[in-house]
Design a protein around this ligand. Sequence first.
Ligand code: PHE
Length: 340
Amino acid sequence: MKTRIEELRARFNEALGAAADSAALENLRVEYLGKKGHVAALMQGLRDVSDKREAGQLINSLKTEVETAIAEAGEALRAAAVAARIRSAKKYNPTLRGAEELGSYHPITLATREVEEVFISMGFTIENYDEIVDDYKCFEALNIPKHHPARDMQDTYYLDNGQLLKTHTSAAQNHIMKKYGAPLRAIFPGRCFRNESTDACHENTFFQMEGMMIDENISISNLIYFMKTMLSEVFKRDVKVRLRPGFFPFVEPGFELDINCEICGGAGCPSCKNSGWLELCPCGMIHPNVLSEGGIDTEKYSGFAFGLGLTRLAMMKYGVKDIRDFNSGSLKALSQFKSI
Ligand code: PHE
């Protein structure tokens, strides 16, 4: 029995080394671990062995060895496939000045559509909303009264009539709650504006995508699930994220969801302010004051909201190092997104 086990182990290791794809691995699994496989045959052979305990242990350790080796080899194959896909993906190159004639979609449009598709598949509707709003929509309905210090972070451009360019897509929350009531699942992408100085990761004009889900028994775990699903669909792999507490008057509790900087791989670069992380998606549980202001019964319903930084997402997805490239108006540089 011992020699049979040894022989099988050697044969397995040889075959494993030669298994080049997941189909070969699956065949190997069936051959060794399947109902009619070698391990099952060994188990049956136990009947005729005198020291059943020792032989049984040997068979079991062979079995675990085979299981782990197949699982590890599968994992390695998957990782190699992802690495190959990333290597072959088209990368943005700001110095490329192609003389292409056809127009192309802006990378932010492409990223928006991709995220929209993910959320549509999860039952969300897409809403559109104005870029010019009033103080109530942008701040007061969101639990940010006049003179609240949170307004400092969101200075914007004001029109003579008192209206303003919206600083965040959250400005549509109140309108959408009133329009649909609860339960509701909606995303609303839009252009936002802030009066601030620009650098590689800040612009005065940028895109966000707000999302809201309101229903009975909505909790933080729903929020995390939707965020992770969306990111892994968009990046086509598991993305490293971290959740930190964050303060926004319209959510309680509030979080900052950061993703590992895809440009430097986490080492630190100007695109991520040298931190290795990029604030991508502030989020949280909608504050009861905001729900009541939108006419939602807070005894019955709760919900989450997030403000995905679409521009930053596009930077990460396409490896654009400087946010200002997006608004540069260089059609030639942007036209390389045509085939993506
Ligand atoms: N509107 C916030 C901002 O732009 C982000 C946010 C949206 C935070 C939704 C929490 C929930 O800073």
